[in-house]
Design a protein around this ligand. Structure first.
Ligand code: CTP
Length: 401
């Protein structure tokens, strides 16, 4: 049984102290959602508002969301510009106006937030939001690049319709992306040297141009692994079957449909990979013949299927192969089948999960896995797919060290 600190390590935001600066932009209202989401993931959030931000959102909204007092006056709480940053694990400014970015870049400290930024020693994440003319202004860009050159992490902005009614770059990044940037900034970069291929989602085996055989895989486990690997510094190629998930930024995404397509994509990227994680639910059977036109309705239809390529086994039998991780999605507590797959497919790790057990199957955000290796097995409790991804990557990190 792992200690509770090891378990908490997999919850990147658990017990983290986040100092959130909110500045005066139309996106300030999104800080409420950001605060709530950070709290949901176990962080403590202290909000500092600039005076300008109070034109867009009330301190009360952020007080309710954070469950903490909201601060903005430099002289209200003595020494708060030193004590708040000293207690924080990370500072995030969302939205970050051209004004706060300019002040920070020039070392100006004339209110609580700008003073805290100067006294803070940890990672700072900024989510710029402004009109596109301001964003593209070379003076602003110089300030932004200066901050980045000093290790400040920029997330967004996006292109789209802006608060002023114009179209252009300047929309604050989506809250999910800000959270991902925060998690990445707080993550240990232990996979910096790795180039990981992750497969995810189902495959489709076409019967005719409009029908296919597929399965219930949502892709959530594979996408969670890809996100966690990115956060930990790895280069990631995500080879994904059809699914409705947002691919994380910063990775190479290859979309495929059939098991054959997936095999080709994996083999194409294999020479550069140091690790392959086969989280995809690859279809085991494919129609022997694919009709070129739609099959017409009849009282009965008999179809012959043939075995599709087993990608994991193919890589497992290669002489010089990367670290190889497969999944065993079983119906029932069939650890024996998973252990057999480890040997028969030549993998280094098989991640077992019982898709019929509560909270473990398809399209849910949790999973209960057992990490099976030749000489050890680690049964983990029910956890989020994100934590399960971290646990799998912990083993990858140990084995590659
Ligand atoms: N896999 C693969 N190619 C296939 C089928 C599966 O690479 N054609 C990989 C999966 O990505 C997974 C592992 O093999 O990592 C085990 O998949 P699973 O569906 O559990 O096992 P199967 O080999 O398909 O056997 P069965 O369906 O009989 O359990």
């Amino acid at each position: 049984m792992k200690s509770s600190s090891a378990k908490d390590k997999r919850k990147v935001l658990k017990n983290k102290n986040i100092l959130l600066g909110v500045t005066g932009g139309a996106a300030a209202y999104k800080a409420v959602d950001l605060t709530r989401r950070l709290k949901e993931e176990g962080a403590t959030v202290t909000v500092i508002m600039t005076d300008a931000s109070k034109n867009f959102i009330t301190p009360l909204s952020l007080e309710i969301a954070s469950g903490n007092r909201v601060y903005s006056d430099l002289f209200d709480t003595p020494m708060s510009h030193i004590t708040f940053p000293a207690a924080a694990d990370l500072m995030v400014i969302a939205p970050a106006t051209a004004n706060i970015i300019g002040k920070f870049a020039r070392g100006i400290a004339d209110d609580l937030l700008s003073t805290c930024l100067l006294s803070f020693r940890g990672k700072v994440v900024i989510a710029p939001a402004m009109n596109w003319r301001m964003y593209e202004n070379p003076i602003f860009q110089k300030n932004l690049q200066y901050l980045i050159s000093h290790g400040v992490v920029q997330v967004g902005p996006e292109k789209g319709s802006l608060a002023c009614g114009e179209e252009g770059i300047g929309r604050m990044a989506d809250v999910n992306e800000i959270i991902e940037a925060i998690k990445s900034a707080l993550s240990n970069k232990d996979l910096l040297k790795e180039r990981i291929i992750v497969t995810a989602g189902p495959t489709r085996e076409y019967i005719d141009p409009v029908r296919f055989i597929s399965n219930r895989s949502s892709g959530k486990m594979g996408y969670a692994i890809a996100r966690a690997a990115l956060r930990r510094g790895s280069e990631v190629t995500l080879i994904s079957g059809p699914c409705s998930l947002m691919p994380p930024r910063g990775l190479k995404l290859v979309t495929v449909e059939t098991a054959d397509d997936m095999r080709n994509a994996v083999l194409q990227h294999l020479p550069e990979a140091t690790v392959v994680i086969m989280a995809a639910a690859v279809g085991d059977f494919t129609p022997q013949t694919k009709e070129q036109t739609k099959i017409e309705k009849s009282d009965e239809l008999t179809m012959r299927l043939k075995k599709s390529p087993d990608i994991l086994s193919e890589i497992g039998s290669m002489r010089n192969r990367p670290l190889l991780i497969g999944f065993a999605a079983e119906t029932g507590n069939r650890l024996d089948r998973a252990r057999k797959k480890l040997i028969e497919k030549g993998a280094d790790i098989i991640v077992f999960n019982d898709v019929t057990s509560a909270g473990s199957g398809f399209d849910v955000d949790t999973n209960k896995i057992t990490i099976i290796e030749r000489d050890r097995e680690t049964a983990l409790p029910l956890m989020t797919k994100e934590e399960a991804a971290e646990a799998i990557l912990d083993r990858v990190s140990d084995l590659r060290a």
